[in-house]
Design a protein around this ligand. Structure first.
Ligand code: HEC
Length: 208
């Protein structure tokens, strides 16, 4: 039994070693085997790799033909806006600020100031424009295509539009019956900040 086991083990290791030693190219290494010196071959033209059939081209480009479109490729829900807000605050706010006025921490330290999203021009810009800037970059701003997945980029677009509405609201946007300015909040007695003493069972309330 044991010799058989040992032989089997030896055979297995040998086999594994063979696979290790076989000639192969490391990814992106140079090779003089091919005329273009690349060890990796380019995709044959017209090949569609799995997950790369971008049938809905608006979803992936934000463009209709050559021009940015002005609609969301999926319905905007509260979850979409929440996701957009979270991703905007992570990826965009360092430069564009949480308000979108372009006065984030990085421009405050010397990086080029972006335009405010609340400028007339950007307020009127179609939704696909914002998607395109994130996808391809814009001037000094690099693109975010590799960091932010397509759907999340659209969530950010929806959130930017919400930011713009929030800063450009008029009296007509106030729901009927709401006072402007709204009532100041009413505070109760200020507490000391200390944790209230726990009343043990059987103890008199007067310690409070
Ligand atoms: C490192 C700083 C930085 C970050 C992070 C950043 N941006 Fe920008 N963004 C800029 C700068 C700078 C410009 C202006 C570029 C120029 O004019 O050369 C700009 C321009 C833009 C514009 C175009 C405005 C116009 O004038 O037409 C949009 C839209 C925009 N950014 C959206 C975003 C979004 C969305 C994100 C997050 C995914 C983001 N940016 C992240 C720095 C940044």
């Amino acid at each position: 039994m044991t010799p058989l086991l040992i032989t089997t083990l030896l055979l297995l290791t040998a086999c594994r070693q063979d696979m290790h030693d076989q000639p192969r190219f490391k990814p992106l290494r140079q090779s003089d085997f091919y005329a273009d010196l690349r060890s990796s071959r380019l995709q044959v033209q017209g090949t569609v790799a799995r997950g790369q059939l971008h049938e809905d081209s608006y979803f992936y480009s934000g463009k209709l033909g050559n021009n940015p479109g002005d609609y969301m490729p999926f319905p905007v829900t509260e979850q979409v806006l929440a996701r957009g807000q979270q991703h905007f605050n992570i990826y965009c706010a360092p430069c564009h600020s949480r308000l979108g006025d372009g006065n984030g921490m990085i421009p405050q330290r010397g990086f080029r100031h972006p335009s405010s999203y609340h400028d007339e021009r950007l307020r009127k810009a179609p939704l696909g424009y914002f998607f395109d800037v994130m996808t391809n970059g814009f001037g000094a701003m690099s693109d975010y295509a590799s960091q932010i997945p397509v759907r999340d980029r659209w969530c950010i677009v929806a959130y930017i539009r919400a930011l713009q509405l929030s800063q450009g609201a008029t009296m007509a946007d106030v729901p009927a019956g709401q006072k402007v300015p709204s009532e100041p909040p009413v505070f109760g007695e200020p507490g000391s900040g200390a944790t209230p003493t726990a009343i043990m069972p059987g103890e008199k309330q007067e310690r409070q």
